[in-house]
Design a binder for this molecule. Structure first.
Ligand SMILES: [Zn+2]
Length: 274
Protein backbone atom coordinates (compact mmCIF):
# COMPACT_ATOMS: atom_id res chain seq x y z
CA UNK A 1 0.00 0.00 0.00
CA UNK A 2 1.40 3.38 -0.88
CA UNK A 3 1.16 6.15 1.67
CA UNK A 4 -0.23 9.22 0.02
CA UNK A 5 1.30 12.46 1.29
CA UNK A 6 -0.18 15.09 -1.02
CA UNK A 7 -3.76 15.74 -2.03
CA UNK A 8 -5.64 18.01 -4.34
CA UNK A 9 -7.76 20.81 -2.82
CA UNK A 10 -10.38 22.82 -4.68
CA UNK A 11 -11.65 26.25 -3.74
CA UNK A 12 -15.37 26.34 -2.94
CA UNK A 13 -15.53 30.12 -3.02
CA UNK A 14 -13.64 33.36 -2.62
CA UNK A 15 -13.33 36.17 -0.05
CA UNK A 16 -14.62 39.62 -0.96
CA UNK A 17 -13.17 42.34 1.27
CA UNK A 18 -12.29 46.02 1.23
CA UNK A 19 -8.82 44.94 2.35
CA UNK A 20 -6.72 44.21 -0.71
CA UNK A 21 -3.28 43.80 0.91
CA UNK A 22 -2.15 41.86 3.95
CA UNK A 23 -0.27 44.86 5.36
CA UNK A 24 -3.55 46.79 5.62
CA UNK A 25 -5.39 44.04 7.50
CA UNK A 26 -6.39 45.05 11.05
CA UNK A 27 -5.23 42.46 13.64
CA UNK A 28 -8.75 41.12 14.13
CA UNK A 29 -9.81 41.32 10.50
CA UNK A 30 -12.44 43.38 8.72
CA UNK A 31 -16.07 42.93 7.61
CA UNK A 32 -16.14 40.70 4.52
CA UNK A 33 -18.25 38.45 2.35
CA UNK A 34 -17.67 34.94 1.05
CA UNK A 35 -18.91 34.20 -2.46
CA UNK A 36 -19.56 30.51 -2.93
CA UNK A 37 -19.07 29.16 -6.46
CA UNK A 38 -22.42 28.06 -8.05
CA UNK A 39 -21.70 24.32 -8.02
CA UNK A 40 -21.20 24.36 -4.23
CA UNK A 41 -24.22 26.50 -3.25
CA UNK A 42 -26.41 23.46 -2.34
CA UNK A 43 -23.89 22.87 0.46
CA UNK A 44 -25.13 26.02 2.20
CA UNK A 45 -28.56 24.48 2.80
CA UNK A 46 -29.60 25.06 6.47
CA UNK A 47 -26.42 26.98 7.33
CA UNK A 48 -28.84 29.52 8.82
CA UNK A 49 -29.20 27.22 11.84
CA UNK A 50 -25.92 28.70 13.07
CA UNK A 51 -24.83 32.18 14.14
CA UNK A 52 -21.10 31.57 13.62
CA UNK A 53 -18.93 29.59 11.20
CA UNK A 54 -15.36 28.45 10.85
CA UNK A 55 -13.87 29.63 7.57
CA UNK A 56 -10.90 27.71 6.17
CA UNK A 57 -8.99 29.55 3.48
CA UNK A 58 -5.97 28.85 1.33
CA UNK A 59 -3.47 31.65 1.98
CA UNK A 60 -1.99 31.46 -1.49
CA UNK A 61 0.47 34.32 -0.97
CA UNK A 62 2.12 32.85 2.14
CA UNK A 63 5.52 31.16 2.23
CA UNK A 64 5.56 27.39 2.80
CA UNK A 65 9.25 26.87 3.47
CA UNK A 66 9.63 27.92 7.15
CA UNK A 67 8.94 25.90 10.30
CA UNK A 68 9.87 28.62 12.80
CA UNK A 69 8.96 32.30 12.75
CA UNK A 70 9.00 35.40 14.96
CA UNK A 71 5.30 36.09 15.63
CA UNK A 72 3.70 39.50 15.27
CA UNK A 73 4.19 41.64 18.40
CA UNK A 74 7.46 39.90 19.35
CA UNK A 75 10.84 41.62 18.87
CA UNK A 76 13.32 39.49 16.93
CA UNK A 77 16.15 40.23 19.40
CA UNK A 78 14.24 38.72 22.34
CA UNK A 79 15.78 35.38 23.44
CA UNK A 80 12.51 33.46 23.07
CA UNK A 81 11.40 35.17 19.85
CA UNK A 82 11.34 32.09 17.61
CA UNK A 83 8.21 29.93 17.64
CA UNK A 84 7.32 26.83 15.66
CA UNK A 85 4.67 27.52 13.03
CA UNK A 86 2.35 24.98 14.66
CA UNK A 87 2.50 27.03 17.89
CA UNK A 88 1.39 30.30 16.26
CA UNK A 89 -1.24 31.56 13.79
CA UNK A 90 1.27 32.78 11.19
CA UNK A 91 0.13 32.26 7.56
CA UNK A 92 3.61 30.85 6.87
CA UNK A 93 3.44 27.05 7.27
CA UNK A 94 3.82 23.93 5.10
CA UNK A 95 0.11 24.05 4.20
CA UNK A 96 -0.95 27.72 4.34
CA UNK A 97 -4.47 27.08 5.60
CA UNK A 98 -6.13 30.00 7.38
CA UNK A 99 -8.73 29.21 10.05
CA UNK A 100 -11.04 31.89 11.48
CA UNK A 101 -14.31 31.73 13.39
CA UNK A 102 -16.70 34.54 12.52
CA UNK A 103 -20.30 35.65 12.96
CA UNK A 104 -22.70 35.32 10.03
CA UNK A 105 -24.35 38.68 9.33
CA UNK A 106 -26.51 37.60 6.37
CA UNK A 107 -26.80 34.79 3.84
CA UNK A 108 -28.13 35.80 0.43
CA UNK A 109 -28.02 33.07 -2.16
CA UNK A 110 -24.37 32.27 -2.79
CA UNK A 111 -23.10 35.19 -0.71
CA UNK A 112 -22.38 35.02 3.03
CA UNK A 113 -21.67 38.30 4.75
CA UNK A 114 -19.61 37.93 7.92
CA UNK A 115 -18.71 40.30 10.75
CA UNK A 116 -14.92 39.93 10.50
CA UNK A 117 -12.46 37.97 8.44
CA UNK A 118 -8.68 38.31 8.44
CA UNK A 119 -8.33 37.13 4.82
CA UNK A 120 -7.70 39.66 2.05
CA UNK A 121 -9.88 40.15 -1.00
CA UNK A 122 -9.56 37.27 -3.46
CA UNK A 123 -8.41 34.66 -0.92
CA UNK A 124 -9.66 31.19 -1.97
CA UNK A 125 -12.01 29.58 0.57
CA UNK A 126 -11.58 25.80 0.87
CA UNK A 127 -14.19 24.92 3.50
CA UNK A 128 -16.89 26.19 5.85
CA UNK A 129 -18.02 24.46 9.03
CA UNK A 130 -20.55 25.55 11.66
CA UNK A 131 -19.18 26.78 14.96
CA UNK A 132 -20.66 24.42 17.57
CA UNK A 133 -20.87 25.97 21.02
CA UNK A 134 -21.20 22.53 22.56
CA UNK A 135 -17.86 21.40 21.14
CA UNK A 136 -15.86 24.43 20.10
CA UNK A 137 -16.30 26.71 23.11
CA UNK A 138 -13.66 25.76 25.68
CA UNK A 139 -14.08 28.30 28.44
CA UNK A 140 -11.23 26.93 30.57
CA UNK A 141 -8.62 27.03 27.77
CA UNK A 142 -5.58 29.21 28.45
CA UNK A 143 -2.61 30.57 26.52
CA UNK A 144 0.68 32.07 27.52
CA UNK A 145 0.66 35.51 25.88
CA UNK A 146 2.70 35.78 22.66
CA UNK A 147 4.03 39.30 22.16
CA UNK A 148 2.53 42.57 23.33
CA UNK A 149 -0.25 44.61 21.71
CA UNK A 150 1.12 47.29 19.39
CA UNK A 151 -0.91 50.11 20.93
CA UNK A 152 -3.55 50.89 23.53
CA UNK A 153 -6.05 51.05 20.67
CA UNK A 154 -5.24 47.55 19.43
CA UNK A 155 -5.44 46.22 23.00
CA UNK A 156 -8.86 47.88 23.33
CA UNK A 157 -10.04 46.33 20.08
CA UNK A 158 -8.94 42.86 21.17
CA UNK A 159 -10.55 43.20 24.61
CA UNK A 160 -13.78 44.55 23.12
CA UNK A 161 -14.01 41.54 20.83
CA UNK A 162 -13.56 39.15 23.76
CA UNK A 163 -16.14 41.00 25.87
CA UNK A 164 -18.61 41.04 22.98
CA UNK A 165 -18.08 37.36 22.26
CA UNK A 166 -19.07 36.59 25.85
CA UNK A 167 -21.80 39.16 26.49
CA UNK A 168 -23.27 39.40 22.97
CA UNK A 169 -24.41 43.03 23.32
CA UNK A 170 -22.48 46.27 22.83
CA UNK A 171 -23.70 48.25 25.86
CA UNK A 172 -22.23 51.06 28.03
CA UNK A 173 -21.38 48.72 30.93
CA UNK A 174 -19.49 46.42 28.57
CA UNK A 175 -17.60 49.46 27.29
CA UNK A 176 -16.76 50.41 30.89
CA UNK A 177 -15.41 46.90 31.55
CA UNK A 178 -13.18 47.20 28.48
CA UNK A 179 -11.94 50.62 29.63
CA UNK A 180 -11.06 49.24 33.09
CA UNK A 181 -9.10 46.22 31.90
CA UNK A 182 -7.49 48.22 29.10
CA UNK A 183 -6.28 50.77 31.67
CA UNK A 184 -5.00 48.05 34.01
CA UNK A 185 -3.19 46.13 31.30
CA UNK A 186 -1.79 49.11 29.41
CA UNK A 187 -1.00 51.62 32.17
CA UNK A 188 -0.21 49.26 35.06
CA UNK A 189 1.19 46.14 33.34
CA UNK A 190 2.73 47.73 30.20
CA UNK A 191 0.65 45.53 27.87
CA UNK A 192 1.17 42.20 29.63
CA UNK A 193 -1.59 39.60 29.98
CA UNK A 194 -1.85 38.99 33.75
CA UNK A 195 -1.65 35.25 34.34
CA UNK A 196 -3.34 34.39 37.65
CA UNK A 197 -5.39 37.60 37.83
CA UNK A 198 -8.21 37.67 40.39
CA UNK A 199 -11.22 39.88 39.78
CA UNK A 200 -13.91 41.23 42.11
CA UNK A 201 -16.88 43.07 40.63
CA UNK A 202 -20.38 44.14 41.73
CA UNK A 203 -23.05 41.50 41.27
CA UNK A 204 -25.78 44.02 40.49
CA UNK A 205 -23.91 45.26 37.42
CA UNK A 206 -24.37 42.16 35.28
CA UNK A 207 -23.22 43.57 31.94
CA UNK A 208 -19.97 44.80 33.51
CA UNK A 209 -19.47 41.44 35.20
CA UNK A 210 -20.07 39.62 31.91
CA UNK A 211 -17.54 41.83 30.12
CA UNK A 212 -14.89 41.17 32.78
CA UNK A 213 -15.55 37.41 32.69
CA UNK A 214 -15.30 37.36 28.90
CA UNK A 215 -11.99 39.23 28.86
CA UNK A 216 -10.29 37.59 31.87
CA UNK A 217 -12.00 34.15 31.91
CA UNK A 218 -12.28 34.65 35.68
CA UNK A 219 -14.79 32.28 37.26
CA UNK A 220 -16.22 31.80 40.76
CA UNK A 221 -15.59 28.04 40.66
CA UNK A 222 -11.89 28.50 39.99
CA UNK A 223 -11.66 31.14 42.71
CA UNK A 224 -10.62 33.89 40.32
CA UNK A 225 -13.91 35.81 40.40
CA UNK A 226 -15.63 37.12 43.51
CA UNK A 227 -18.48 39.52 44.01
CA UNK A 228 -17.77 43.02 45.30
CA UNK A 229 -20.05 45.27 47.28
CA UNK A 230 -20.49 48.80 45.98
CA UNK A 231 -19.46 50.42 42.73
CA UNK A 232 -15.92 49.18 42.46
CA UNK A 233 -13.90 46.64 40.50
CA UNK A 234 -10.82 45.11 42.05
CA UNK A 235 -7.97 43.35 40.26
CA UNK A 236 -5.52 41.36 42.41
CA UNK A 237 -2.21 40.49 40.84
CA UNK A 238 1.21 39.58 42.27
CA UNK A 239 0.62 40.80 45.82
CA UNK A 240 -1.12 44.06 44.96
CA UNK A 241 -4.77 45.08 44.79
CA UNK A 242 -5.85 47.59 42.16
CA UNK A 243 -9.20 49.01 43.12
CA UNK A 244 -11.07 50.95 40.49
CA UNK A 245 -13.75 53.11 42.11
CA UNK A 246 -16.38 53.70 39.49
CA UNK A 247 -17.76 57.19 39.04
CA UNK A 248 -21.39 57.85 38.38
CA UNK A 249 -21.85 58.51 34.70
CA UNK A 250 -24.28 60.84 33.03
CA UNK A 251 -23.77 59.64 29.47
CA UNK A 252 -25.93 56.93 27.96
CA UNK A 253 -24.13 55.21 25.10
CA UNK A 254 -21.14 52.89 24.74
CA UNK A 255 -19.50 55.36 22.35
CA UNK A 256 -19.54 58.03 25.08
CA UNK A 257 -17.82 55.62 27.49
CA UNK A 258 -15.09 54.96 24.93
CA UNK A 259 -14.68 58.70 24.32
CA UNK A 260 -14.51 59.67 28.01
CA UNK A 261 -11.16 60.34 29.73
CA UNK A 262 -10.08 57.76 32.36
CA UNK A 263 -10.71 60.14 35.25
CA UNK A 264 -14.34 60.66 34.22
CA UNK A 265 -14.93 56.90 34.53
CA UNK A 266 -12.92 55.73 37.54
CA UNK A 267 -10.31 56.45 40.18
CA UNK A 268 -7.58 53.89 40.88
CA UNK A 269 -6.29 53.08 44.38
CA UNK A 270 -3.43 50.61 44.78
CA UNK A 271 -2.66 48.69 47.97
CA UNK A 272 -0.77 45.58 49.05
CA UNK A 273 -2.70 42.33 49.61
CA UNK A 274 -2.01 40.08 52.60
ZN1 LIG B 1 -25.18 44.64 28.39
Amino acid sequence: MTEERAWHLQAIGVVRSEIKERKQMPPLGAPAAIEIFPEFVPGLWRLDKHTHIWVLAWLHGAGRDLLQVVPRGVRAEEPDALHGVFAVRSPVRPNPIGLTATRIVRIEGARIEVARLDFIDGTPVVDLKPYFVSRDLIFSAANVQIGRPASRESLREALLEQALNFHGEHCPELALGVRLLEHFRWEVLAGADPDGLRVAAPWERGCLLDALMGMTRASPGRGTLSLAVGHRVRFEFKGAAYEYRLREREEHGAAAVFAAPDEALFELAISATQ
